[in-house]
Design a protein around this ligand. Sequence first.
Ligand code: GTP
Ligand code: MG
Length: 581
Amino acid sequence: MAARVGLLSRLPLCTRRSQILRPIHRLLSCPGTAAADARRERQPSGSTETGSEERTPKKRFSEVQKERREQAQRTILILCPNKTSEKKFLKYLSQHGPINNHFFFESFGLYAVVEFCQKESVASLQNLTRTPSMGTEAAIPFRSRFFNLKLKNSSDQTSEQPYMPRCNQSPPSSKKLFELLCDAESIDDQLNTLLKEFQLTEENTKLRYLTCSLIEDIAAAYFPGCAVRPFGSSVNSFGKLGCDLDMFLALDEIGNFNAHKTSGNFLMEFQVKNVPSERIATQKILSVIGECLDNFGPGCVGVQKILNARCPLVRFSHQASGFQCDLTTNNRIALKSSELLYIYGTLDSRVRAMVFSIRCWARAHSLTSSIPGAWITNFSLTMMVIFFLQRRSPPILPTLDYLKTLADAEDKCIIEGHNCTFISDLNRIEPSKNTEPLELLLKEFFEFFGNFAFNKNSINIRQGREQNKPESSPLHIQNPFETSLNISKNVSQSQLQKFVDLARESAWILHQEEKDHPSPSSNQPWGLAALLLPSIAKSTSHGKKKRKKPASERIKNLLESIKSPENSTNTNGKRTVNTQA
Ligand code: GTP
Ligand code: MG
C-alpha cells in the first residue's frame, strides 16, 4: 500500500471527523399526507445493520409508486429570483391553498419545489399565471406546472432573509469522499458512509417523480389518460445522486378495462390507426413526443430521438432538475425488474451498502462508463451482488424462484408471455439468519468473482446458483424474466478480464490489511478508500519508481494462500482461476 501515489498524496487524510451539513428541509404541517409519512420513514442509512434488524413494516413497490405519483401531481416547480424572501414567497403561494412541503435547490438558477396539500391549488395558481411577453422573441403559450416567479419590487424582498438553505442534489466530490472514508471507524462504517452520501435524498426523489409528472402533462396533450412512470435506479433503491432518470410512457392503461364488466349486448371500441408492428407504433409515438418536448416542453433541451435502437427512446436533458432523461414506451418488464430490485434492496440493509460500494469501485476503475460500449453496466453489477448474496451460507437474499412460490393470486403477472410473478408484500418474506459483517462480504465478493468460472458458468438470480452457459459470450447473466436473454451480452473478454484482475487485486488489498492492521492514523487510505485508488498494476507500470513484485504475482500468491478446501484445485494443488470464454 505504500506504493500508492496520485490522488492520495494530494489529500489531507484523517482529518477531524467532519460535520456533514444536512440540507434544511422546512415543512409546513399538513397532516395525513404522503410527505408526512415519507418524513417518518426516512431511514438512518448510516447504521450498521444486519439481517437480524428490527422489522418495521415496509411498503410495497406499487404503494410507493402510487403515493409518490399522487404527491408529484400536487407539486410545482418554480424558477425564483435569488433575492426571494422565503417567508413572503410561501405566504404568496398559500393564497392558493395550504402547502405541505417545499425546498429550494440550485441548478443554473434558484428553484423551488412546492408541494400543495391539494391538487386544486395548482389549478388555482395556474388560473392566475400569465404567459410572458418576450420582446423581440415569441413565446409559445404553454400552461404547465413549471413557473417563473418575478419580483414586482426587488428592494422589498432583500432585508429579511439574505440566504435560503438549498438542498444539495449532487454526490460528494472524490476528495470529500476520501476524507469521509478515511475518517470512518471500520470498513462496515465506510460502506455505510458511502451509501449515506450517495443515495438519493428525499428531495431528489421528489424531484424525479415531479419531472416524470411534468413530462406526463406534455404527453397527455396527445394521449389523454397516459402515465409517465419512472423505472431503473431512480426507483429500485439503488439510485445514486446524479444518476439518469429512466421513464416510460405507459399507454396500455388507456381504455384497458375489463370488457366483461360492461352491460348490454354492445361493446364500444375506440377508432384507432393501425401500423404494421408494435415497433413501428413505438417509433411513431416517441417521434411525436420527442418533437413535442423539443418544441414546447419547458426546460427540455438537447432532445434526441434514438428510434432505431433495440429499445427506441427519446433522450433529453431536463435543465431545471439537471436530470439526463431517457423516455421509452410501455416498458412493463423493466418496471417489474425495478420492483424486484426494490425488494432485494429493501429486504436487508447490507444489500444497498454492497451494491453502492461495488458500483463506486467499478466506476473508480473505469469498469463502467456512462457511454454505451463493451463494459459492464451498473444493472449487471447489481445482479452480480444479488447473486453473490444468494450464495452466502445462510443466504442473505432469497432466489427469485422462491419469491415466486410466496406470490399470491394478485401477484400473478405475465408480460408478453414471460412469467414475472413474485411476491409483492415484503413483510411476508422471512429475514435472513445471516449476520456476516459488510467487511467480510466485501472481501468475499472480490474473492468469489476473482475466481468465478466465467468461461463455463452463467449467473442466475432466478435459481441462485451457477448454470451452464447457454452461449459463448464472455459474461453471461441471465435476464431474470426474459430468461433466454443475457443482460451482459455486450461485455468483451478484455473488459471481463479487467474486472477479474481488479477483483483479485482488491481481495488481496483487503487480505493484506487484515494481516497488517494499518492504523487509521497512519495517513494511509485504508479499507474501501484503498480499493477506490488507481490499480497498483496500472500505477506502477507507468511510474518511474523501482517496481516491487508485480501486482499479478502478489495477487496470485494471495489467492493461493487463501485457498480453501472446497475450491477447485489442479493436479499441482494450485487453484485454477478460469476466465477464458
Ligand atoms: P444507472 O446506471 O444508475 O442508471 O442504473 P439503472 O439500473 O437505471 O440502469 P440503466 O439506466 O442502464 O437502465 C434502466 C433499467 O433498464 C434497468 O434498471 C433495468 O431495469 C433495465 N435494463 C438496463 N439494461 C438492461 C439490459 O441489458 N437488459 C434488460 N432486460 N434490462 C435492462
Ligand atoms: Mg438509469
